[in-house]
Design a protein around this ligand. Structure first.
Ligand SMILES: O=C(O)[C@@H](COP(=O)(O)O)O[C@H]1O[C@H](CO)[C@@H](O)[C@H](O)[C@H]1O
Length: 269
């Protein structure tokens, strides 16, 4: 069977705190041995993902900023497909809303609620680094946002959550939640991007089975759109309690440890 594997990064392939994928190395080698494409699908920016693409020596497309855009290396597919723009060596399928518009809406939210709200666009590299545990250079890359604003509510969230969502919807936008942040996005999600890319894979390679691995609510659309979905555990050993779908395979194992186990299970099916 031909597989294509889609993976989230933070809290899934890479550890929530250390950002290491060391525990997943045996499974990464298995994918390579079986020639199975591994597609990164994360809320991280293109600039951040390119670091992982280089480390993993990946020739494959990737999906940035919660399905904001699909980056396909030129010449990767022989078949024709529609794309929005070309940049560097990529054909890019843009699905997201431009970042300046998202920032405007965040400003509206800030002025409408009584708690402090901080987005990545409000923070300098040092403060993003402090809040995330990313090193300064990685924080700089995380701030190079194009289609998604990550933000935090500083204070009692439950009192303002409904109002924040109401404002987001009134602007025709959407939101999701990652391991650490709220994400303000347009009419995109990881699932929509996975479906578009999977169609191109099918056009090129014929019938295939799609696999998805995630840990948080922002991964749920991706997990719903694949044939074989895996949910890994969060730090502390629990699965995300906002994902209750019984069709999703729950893996015992936190982050990259669970990821390793899921891929071993997949290959031995
Ligand atoms: O919301 C979050 O916790 C993460 C989720 O990222 P994934 O979609 O799990 O890879 O994303 C934000 O924080 C990361 C650092 O912890 C940054 O690297 C990302 O750019 C940012 O979107």
């Amino acid at each position: 069977m031909n597989y294509v594997v889609y993976t989230d990064l933070d809290g899934t392939l890479i550890d929530h705190d250390t950002y290491s994928y060391e525990p997943a190395k045996p499974a990464l080698e298995l994918l390579e041995k079986h020639n199975i494409p591994l597609i990164i699908c994360t809320s991280k920016t293109r600039a951040e993902i390119e670091v992982y693409v280089k480390k993993l020596n990946s020739p494959h497309p990737f999906i940035s900023e919660n399905g904001g855009a699909i980056f396909i290396p030129k010449g990767y597919f022989d078949v024709d497909y529609d794309y929005t723009i070309t940049y560097k060596n990529y054909n890019i399928i843009e699905l997201g809303t431009e970042y300046p518009k998202l920032r405007q809406v965040l400003e509206d939210i800030k002025s409408s609620v009584d708690v402090e709200i901080l987005g990545f666009g409000d923070l300098d590299d040092e403060n993003v680094s402090k809040d995330t545990g990313l090193d300064i250079e990685s924080a700089r890359l995380a701030k190079m946002r194009e289609y998604d604003e990550a933000f935090k509510v500083k204070g009692e969230e439950k009192n303002v959550a409904d109002r924040i969502i109401e404002i987001i919807k009134s602007h025709g936008l959407n939101y999701t939640r990652g391991g650490r942040y709220w994400h303000l996005i347009g009419d995109n999600d990881k699932g929509k991007a996975v479906e578009i890319l999977s169609d191109i894979y099918e056009k090129q390679f014929g019938n295939l089975q799609t696999v998805g691995l995630g840990d948080s609510l922002n991964d749920y659309p991706m997990l719903k759109s694949v044939d074989i979905p895996y949910l890994v555990q969060k730090p502390g050993g629990k699965h995300d309690d906002s994902i209750t779908d019984s069709k999703i395979n729950r893996i015992e194992g936190i982050g990259p440890k669970g990821w390793n186990q899921a891929i071993i299970n997949l290959i031995s099916r």
